[in-house]
Design a protein around this ligand. Sequence first.
Ligand code: BMA
Length: 311
Amino acid sequence: MTKEIVRRYHGNPILTKAAIPYPVETVHNAAVVKYGAEYIMLFRSHLRTGRSIIGLARSLDGYQFTADPAPFLTPARDGPFAEYEEFGVEDPRITFLGGEFLITYSAYSRNGVRVALAKTKDFRALERFSLITEADYRNIVIFPEKFAGLYARLDRPHSEIAPWSIWISYSPDLRFWGEAHLIMRPEPYHWDEMKIGPGAPPIRTDAGWLCIYHGVFQTMDGSVYRLGVALHDLTDPSTVIGVSATWILQPEDPWEITGYVHNVVFSCGAVPEADGTVKIYWGGADTVMCAGEANISDLVELCLNHSRRPR
Ligand code: BMA
């Protein structure tokens, strides 16, 4: 038997629509961070309109979450964000940097999908800061440190003529981004050949930045979403040191195989712990939230010693 890289929590799924005190049809693709004594989860939920909102749940152990009575982030009704959030807000990621939590999320509208950045210090007051891409971008993760005075992010622009790949760009102020370039491609005839995108925000390790990403493979029965890991250079995150040739997680539990969109595990958050493990959170079949644990050293080892071509 091969060793389990990600050990699923025995109580999966950890959060479902049945536990949400307002009407939603799904609970998935959540960001999770530690804030004081609590784990805070920002999760995406479909409404019965087919559009999405973002809710908040809290936990003391990282596995048993209780949702707040009301949603955390719903589409803006006025101001500059309203036009771009009309069709919903999706797939948040959270990075703690400079004393505040930076929340990126997909904003959908008749103008396409772009990524918005909001800030909070306490998960109560929320400031919508800036829409930081044009249309056809998703999956932005911001590094929790600056590089030569600049913020850095990974993102995933959509392209009609190239497989969807991971790019990096930089900003002096979180508002204006530039110096963009492609740093990691899908690998042909491989589990992630159709498209890849950033998953959880990067985690600092001694060997480099550990990045959990999603990869998609197209089959006769639709697309399969799995999770992989890549390691980026600590001082130059545009250098990908290694990418695990094998996935670390694929849909296997019934609620990952069947749901709103079948055969999906999709991560927007992971929490590194002091004991060298990392709690990884993923949406199962775009319907429920699941969690598991891995040893950070195992993930790093996959990137260093069992790597596919980064690009
Ligand atoms: C992607 C996004 C994700 C979703 C995944 C599987 O394109 O829409 O939010 O989890 O597809 O449906």
